[in-house]
Ligand binder design. Structure first.
Ligand SMILES: [Zn+2]
Length: 279
């Protein structure tokens, strides 16, 4: 089953959600946690409502594509999976079929998770959230000083897989999925099919810089869109027009007018310019 055509939330969407929700959540007491369906990618802990209720939210952080709600007594770990979104419910709207989870705050604000495909996560970690098994081995944050050309060069040595596939490995760099791997490789002028270990240190430096630039542009545009993505302020987001290659098969390259090509790599669609992107 292809996932293409369905835009999976990547780091910019999660960071946009974090920035939108942070001022609404921090300092608020959790009045109630409502779980309507525990059957997400992993089961929602049965005791979560008791564990989180009454806690005051101290912060909202992000690690890779995970959102970390610091509740003092523990951390609520959220992941949007392939189709999830979190938003603030307006006017007490009744939950719909895929609205699996609500966080009800002391001031009446309700933050709701909708996830039709249920690959998302709602978990609880009592101690250090970064020690959780799902987070402990995630690679460096692409927007942090811990990631750059040298780390990318080191991480790609001995990797004969295609560079695009390696960029989507969360152990190499956190939060880069199909869309932004395609986009960053175009900006860097690197063919998505190039064996990762063949990239020189210099090209790794260009690629690391372009990954950062691509993500920052998407964040500043408000995150790219899921087809039905809503920004956390409830307004629809539609930023697809900013993609240079993603989902543009057959359309002219913005740089050289050659037709953008689409190939399959590991069940995912890859889009690239055969002229601008070199092996
Ligand atoms: Zn081109």
């Amino acid at each position: 089953m292809t996932l293409d055509g369905w835009l999976v939330p990547e780091l910019p969407e999660v960071e946009t959600t974090r920035r939108g929700l942070e001022p609404l959540l921090v300092g608020q007491r959790i009045r109630a946690v409502i779980v309507r369906n525990r059957a997400l990618r992993l089961p929602v802990p049965r005791r979560l409502p008791q564990l989180a209720a009454g806690a005051t939210i101290r912060g909202l952080a992000r690690r890779g594509k995970y959102l970390l709600v610091d509740c003092g007594v523990g951390t609520l770990i959220l992941h949007l999976g392939m189709s999830g979104r979190l938003w603030v419910v307006k006017d007490g709207a009744a939950p719909a079929a895929h609205d699996h989870f609500d966080l009800v705050l002391g001031n009446g604000t309700v933050v709701r998770l909708r996830d039709p495909r249920r690959f998302g996560l709602v978990l609880w970690q009592a101690g250090d959230p970064l020690a959780h098994a799902l987070l402990a081995n995630i690679g460096p944050e692409p927007l942090s000083a811990g990631f750059g050309g040298n780390t990318l060069y080191a991480a790609t040595r001995g990797r004969s897989s295609a560079i695009k596939h390696v960029l989507m490995d969360s152990h190499v760099v956190a939060g880069v999925g199909n869309i932004y791997a395609n986009e960053a490789l175009f900006r860097a002028g690197i063919s998505p099919r190039t064996a990762a270990q063949r990239l020189s240190r210099g090209r790794c430096q260009v690629l690391a810089a372009k990954i950062r630039e691509t993500l920052e542009l998407a964040i500043s545009a408000g995150g790219s869109s899921l087809r039905d993505y809503l920004r956390s302020d409830g307004k629809a987001g539609n930023y697809q027009s900013q993609f240079t290659v993603y989902d543009r098969a057959g359309e002219p390259c913005h740089r050289c007018a050659t037709s953008i090509r689409e190939i399959r790599q590991g069940q995912r669609s890859t889009f690239y310019c055969p002229k601008c992107q070199k092996a």
